[in-house]
Design a protein. Structure first.
Length: 346
């Protein structure tokens, strides 16, 4: 078979999480069409993959917003710009062309782009949850052993064992207290990585008898046929116990891996791409980075910070693609050109 013809693209956005989606919006306002590439089969990144029902409280003008709801709202917002999607594909190659102005971008599916600019919005890179290491656990994944909560209602009325000491573990322990038949939280030590307010809330629920906490480690699981009936724990004092449960929710964190990004010759600092704060360009002109993948003095890994970065990166992309074009700051409330792109004016 002959090599596929390259797809001519003004901009390729690598990563379809919230920052990548908002990057499409900001580019679209400036009249720049984007192609989106993501290794996952659906848009949303970590929000959709790991905690779609988890509430977010710090999105401007939305006092509370579910993670999947945020993704859905962003998808609605970018509809007018007709981005082209390339899901289930990982960007495996990025090379500057001989003219110095354009890039060859290749994916694991064999897609090839002739791109004017590249914006990396890959979050923490590709990621996999750290799995429960116990004989028989792998065969229960997706049935009774879980690393994410896709539908919280399916766990109501069930006996739940939650493993971990970070925000996800405590957030879900608090969420299911009073809704599940029983909630038991197990962490290897008494100190937690979660927000202090969450720890205080968990301790209050423990004192009220609405959940149980044990300091210890998983040493095995009990099965009846192919069904999980309980998990064996070795406590901090050396004693062993069996906790009866219907489902195990393991939140041991992620294995963040930059993957091919680490091989593209971009400057890195602690596995993050260094950028300027004027246009969020990396060490390579024409390649930009927004969201958790980047770093700069004062960097805060917040979604709203990523949105700000995407806005400035869009102007940086415009200046890179069309250096002869004078830039004007326009407002969606008054700009006929932007309103036409948004489809809100005649």
């Amino acid at each position: 078979m002959s090599d596929p013809s390259p797809i001519l693209a003004e901009a390729v956005v690598v990563g379809a999480g919230p920052c990548g989606l908002f990057q499409v919006f900001e580019l679209g306002l400036l009249g720049i069409k984007a192609h989106l590439v993501d290794s996952l089969q659906v848009p949303g990144g970590q929000c959709a993959e790991l905690y779609p029902e988890k509430p977010i409280y710090d999105i401007p003008a939305l006092p509370i917003c579910g993670a999947q709801e945020l993704v859905d709202r962003l998808m609605q917002q970018i509809q007018p710009f007709n981005a082209e999607w390339h899901l289930g594909e990982e960007v495996t190659g990025l090379q500057r062309q001989s003219d110095g102005r354009r890039f060859v971008v290749t994916t694991s599916a064999g897609t090839v782009f002739d791109a004017g600019a590249v914006i990396i919005a890959g979050g923490v890179g590709s990621f996999q949850p750290r799995r429960l290491v116990a004989e028989g656990a792998a065969g229960l994944e997706g049935r009774q052993v879980h690393y994410r909560v896709r539908n919280a209602a399916q766990y109501h009325g069930k006996r739940l064992l939650i493993l971990g000491g970070g925000d996800s573990a405590l957030d879900w322990a608090i969420e299911f207290a009073g809704k599940a038949a029983a909630v038991t939280l197990v962490h290897r030590r008494a100190e937690f990585r979660a927000a202090p307010a969450s720890v205080a809330r968990m301790r209050a629920l423990e004192a009220a008898g609405q959940l149980a906490f044990h300091e210890g480690l998983v040493i095995g699981i009990d099965l009846e046929g192919e069904a999980l009936t309980g998990v064996r724990i070795k406590a901090a004092d050396g004693t062993e116990m069996t906790i009866a449960c219907d489902h195990v929710l393991a939140f041991y964190g992620l294995h963040p891996k930059l993957g091919p990004i680490a091989e593209w010759g971009l400057a890195l600092e602690k596995k993050a791409l260094t950028v300027d704060t004027e246009k969020f360009q990396t060490s390579e002109p024409g390649i930009f980075a927004v969201g958790d993948i980047n770093t700069y003095p004062g960097k805060k890994k917040l979604i709203l910070s990523g949105f700000h970065e995407a806005a400035l990166a869009a102007f940086g992309v415009q200046a890179w693609l069309y250096p002869e074009k004078k830039q004007f700051l326009q407002y969606t409330t008054t700009s006929p050109a932007m309103q036409k792109r948004l489809g809100v004016s005649g």
